[in-house]
Design a protein around this ligand. Sequence first.
Ligand code: SF4
Length: 361
Amino acid sequence: MNNRIITTYGQNLWKMTIDVLRKAELEKMIPKGSYIGIKPNLVVAKPSSSGATTSPIIVSALIEYLKEYQHDNLVILESSWIGDSTNRAFKVCGYQDISKKYNVPLFDIKQDTYTMKTFNGMKMEVSDKVLSLDFIINVPVLKGHCQTLVTGALKNMKGCISDREKRNFHTRGLHRPIAYLNKIIKQDFVLVDGICGDLDFEEGGNPVQMNRIFCGTDPVLMDSYIASNMGYRPYDVNYIKIAEEIGVGSADIENADIIVLDKDESIAKPSPSRKVQRLSQYVNEKDACSACYANLIQALARLDDEGLLHQFKNNPIFIGQGYKAQECDGLGIGKCTSGVDKNIGGCPPSTPAILDFLKSI
Ligand code: SF4
């Protein structure tokens, strides 16, 4: 399924996870008897509602799915960021409970031994446990990052190296080592938690309700899709570009085969995040679907980055089912606002489409 991305929207995380895995037929990709590593993102000891870490519900559904097909030689591995304890993250994020319930061991990569690996002359210390795996399932979070703009499948592998190597990655500028690491460690399957990742920071704090889960096998394509969901072009993220150049995968999101299983019909709720609240001041919202609203918020965040948001102070933006059949002046987002003077259709319109539309005004 190299150029396929299977995505679904909603709020029932368990069902959404099972749906995308069934469609992908993950069980058929895994050789019998494989030692399977599940790599969530537990960068800090904060619950997934913070926008920083992978939901334990998604990982639980993944484990039950694998066990249904007798893929039961499993381990959950992680190394939280320098300064935080992985074991504390396992506890706070709900993974100790998963381990007990499903009898799946937790492995703290900080306590591992490492082997020096080299790609293109760059040396790095990689976890021996990770190197011993037969099949790696990466479960990153769709979220922003203050240095690399986004973080997803490629960067989540940074949890598979020693803390000493993590420091080296920063002194080498992050992008190139992240790309090279993905030549050394091949992830076999990517299941993205796009439920409520943070708008800007890998450690959370400004979660945005995005209500989506998607999966695929090409980590470069998955990260390109993550970037696009956040209003960036794939090559805006340097490590995506480098990873493509060295043959980790393809960033050709235009020609990806994107299969959408279900749309999100939940109505967007007010966000507790101060930044999201600030961005939403530019929006007139009435009964907008969560996914539609999230795409607009991501687009506004990109306009804010570029200093273009002020233009919309006197140019109201409308979104939501409550504007169906209403006619007014302003900017309409989505098919529900087709009666607004200037409108972009779609249900929901994507973040890049909204961004292009708002920039064209
Ligand atoms: S266009 Fe309307 S119905 Fe479609 S996702 Fe947006 S708010 Fe929901």
